[in-house]
Design a protein around this ligand. Structure first.
Ligand SMILES: [Zn+2]
Length: 333
């Protein structure tokens, strides 16, 4: 087999059998310039191209630290194929410590894919990831955690899009190989390549199986959350036969379907009444919103029976913002 030449991502020009790090430069637009730190690890042998993306949301540090460990641990001589590590996709959000949205344009990076070269910072970052990472990879894992204000129990999203069953099936196997035993079945993502909205959906719609993972929360990279992310990344690489060794596949996954994100009916202060990983009954109090004087202005009931996958645990809340997510556990997908 003829060896293809190593990939280049931004200033990281891959070299066969080596790790190379660099930056994708995002030129100045309406708002300042930024850049994306990336590593290209080119294995000694031919194989698939896997992209691991961290830091789409800057206050989700567990995956970010995990990819630093992955960079350190992978021996290119042992690697088959190519690993692209996007260490911190959203450097403005990371540096300025924002949740959900970028600091300059107030856009959620994971709602603007595939992005635009002429847009604001979030649009330009998404465009760079689409054109330089997604278009060059064969499959992708977009690694998230609870954001800085969210307590979360680990889970993955399986994008069961229904456009290409083979791609859906490969994504399912990747989710099982990542190793989180709760997997949300998501059938509602957009099917328009030009309005794919989410990072992983952008890859999936281009025929590249992709999963979104959630492990960690409240802005704290605990040892266990970082380890879950590292183990997940290694498991997917072993599943794709990029690394030797056997990965543990989730034997009895808890598929989550349906699931629902609760949003705040008002602006004020948020007082959650449930904890993460707790089972709630339909109609039970999920939490309440008070005004700035502490008087209750809205009670939020659970819209369905289910497991609390994440819940906002800090008080600042705006009308329409997420409060948490509930999902029903089933044994079938
Ligand atoms: Zn996120």
């Amino acid at each position: 087999m003829r060896m293809s030449s190593p990939l280049t991502v931004g200033s990281a020009a891959g070299k066969r059998g080596e790790k190379v790090s660099g930056f994708i430069d995002i030129p100045r637009g309406f708002d300042p310039e930024t850049r994306i730190p990336v590593t290209v690890i080119s294995g000694a042998a031919e194989g698939p191209v896997l992209a691991l993306v961290a830091g789409i949301h800057g206050s989700e540090p567990s995956p970010i630290l995990a990819l630093q460990h992955v960079r350190d641990e992978i021996d290119p001589a042992q690697l088959r194929g190519t690993l692209i590590l996007v260490h911190i996709a959203n450097l403005p959000s990371f540096t300025l410590r924002t949740i959900y949205r970028g600091p300059w344009d107030q856009k959620n990076l994971n709602r603007v894919f595939p992005g635009r070269a002429e847009g604001t910072a979030s649009d330009r970052i998404a465009h760079a990831i689409t054109t330089q990472v997604i278009e060059q990879c064969d499959c992708l894992v977009d690694m998230h955690s609870g954001d800085g204000n969210e307590s979360l129990r680990p889970y993955s999203y399986w994008n069961k899009l229904g456009v290409d069953d083979a791609v859906d099936e490969r994504a399912k196997q990747m989710a099982l190989a990542f190793g989180l035993d709760h997997i949300v079945v998501d059938r509602g993502r957009p099917r328009d390549r030009n309005a794919s909205i989410f990072c992983s959906n952008t890859a999936h719609l281009r025929g590249k199986p992709a999963v979104t993972t959630e492990a960690g929360g409240v802005g704290i990279p605990t040892e266990s959350a970082v380890a879950l992310n590292v183990r997940g990344a290694i498991g997917v690489m072993q599943h794709l036969e990029m690394l030797p060794g056997r990965h543990e596949v989730v034997e009895r996954p808890c598929w989550i379907e349906p699931s629902e994100v609760l949003t705040s009916p008002d602006t004020g202060t948020w007082r959650p009444a449930v904890g993460v990983d707790e089972h709630v009954e339909k109609g039970a109090l999920f939490g309440r919103v008070t005004n700035y004087f502490g008087e209750t202005i809205a009670e939020v009931p659970a819209p369905m029976d289910g497991l609390v996958l994440y819940v906002v645990v800090s008080p600042a809340i705006g009308k329409g913002e997420p409060l948490g997510m509930i999902g029903r556990v089933t044994r079938e997908s």
